[in-house]
Design a protein. Structure first.
Length: 292
């Protein structure tokens, strides 16, 4: 097990942000941590990285306590760009990590090449755009080739081309047998890059395999709902109701359904083909928050 959380609690004053969080992560895995602003994502990531001390609970990384300094070569934590020094160059930042981690100049150069930042590596960070800073932060996180990579909002400020490149990089790292935890608000990106999602809601986690979101369904609006339900039941066609519409699995033949309803004077007003996806799952889990 690369990371194991057991019974983590954390409060700030009277507000309990994390309640009995337990989670096991093995390699290879790309896991997204998702939740509304203030739900405790950064607090949880900080706790994993021993930057915030939980009130209760245990964190082990590669079967060692997260307080054991020997694990620092195996873990990287990318925070937001406030950790960067504007008066230093990108190279200075990478060299600083290389010195601590006992890495060579070759490691810096190859990481810079992999991240496509060689062209501005010797410029001061104060002159970097948001996307350039983001590339440097990721370079700093991967230069030591860690087994566990924790990235807080890695796609922040990236244009579509850069986002596609980072997505590719994460998949490469996954194929190199890493475990990656990504905190992100970008739900459509999560569909592309992750295998599992952990939703943080009211201090608890809901962990799900993303595969279950990958199915499509149809939503039919009809003029005579009761008659349509009756027709489907008589024809042994399984359906659900959603927002006053008929929800059907995508495997049914649209033509066949339309014919059966039409034969009995039910008019189809609209048909939507919907992919469940992380965003729709999020809307369901956080229905109250989304509506308010
Ligand atoms: N050091 C602290 N002192 C007091 N309260 C804190 C502290 N750190 C976090 N909090 C509170 O804990 C809650 C969770 O904050 P956290 O930053 O972990 O949320 P988040 O999910 O990362 O939010 P966002 O998506 O906005 O980054 C918030 O209500 C925040 O105000």
């Amino acid at each position: 097990m690369i990371l194991s959380l057991k019974g983590i609690y954390k409060s700030f004053g009277k507000s309990t942000v994390l309640k009995n969080i337990s989670l096991d992560i093995d390699i290879p895995k790309i896991l997204a941590l998702v939740g509304p602003n203030g739900s405790g994502k950064s607090t949880l990531l900080n706790i994993i990285n021993n930057l915030v001390i939980p009130d209760q609970g245990e964190i082990t990384i590669l079967n060692k306590s997260n307080k054991d300094t020997s694990i620092f070569k195996e873990v990287s934590y990318m925070q937001d760009n406030s950790v960067l020094y504007h008066y230093l160059t990108g190279y200075d930042h990478l060299q600083f990590i290389a010195n601590i981690q006992g890495l060579s100049k070759k490691d810096i150069v190859s990481t810079a090449e992999r991240m496509g930042i060689t062209g501005y590596l010797h410029k001061k960070v104060g002159h970097y755009s948001l996307g350039m800073k983001q590339h440097l932060l990721i370079a700093m996180a991967i230069v030591n080739d860690p087994k566990l990579l924790i990235l807080d909002e890695p796609l922040n400020g990236l244009d579509p081309t850069s986002a596609i490149k980072i997505r590719k990089l994460l998949l490469e790292l996954y194929n190199e047998e890493k475990a990656i935890i990504v905190s992100s608000h970008n739900l459509s990106e999560i569909d592309h890059i992750t295998s599992h999602v952990v939703f943080l809601k009211d201090g608890h986690i809901i962990e799900e395999d993303i595969k279950q979101y990958e199915y499509y369904f149809y939503l039919f609006s009809v003029d005579k709902l009761e008659r349509a339900k009756d027709i489907l039941k008589r024809n042994d066609i399984a359906f659900d109701l959603m927002d006053g519409k008929i929800k059907l699995d995508h495997l049914f033949s649209l033509q066949d359904i339309a014919q059966k309803l039409g034969n009995e004077q039910v008019v189809i007003l609209d048909i939507e083909k919907i992919r469940l996806g992380t965003e729709n799952r999020y809307k369901k889990i956080f229905a109250k928050e989304v509506q308010s």
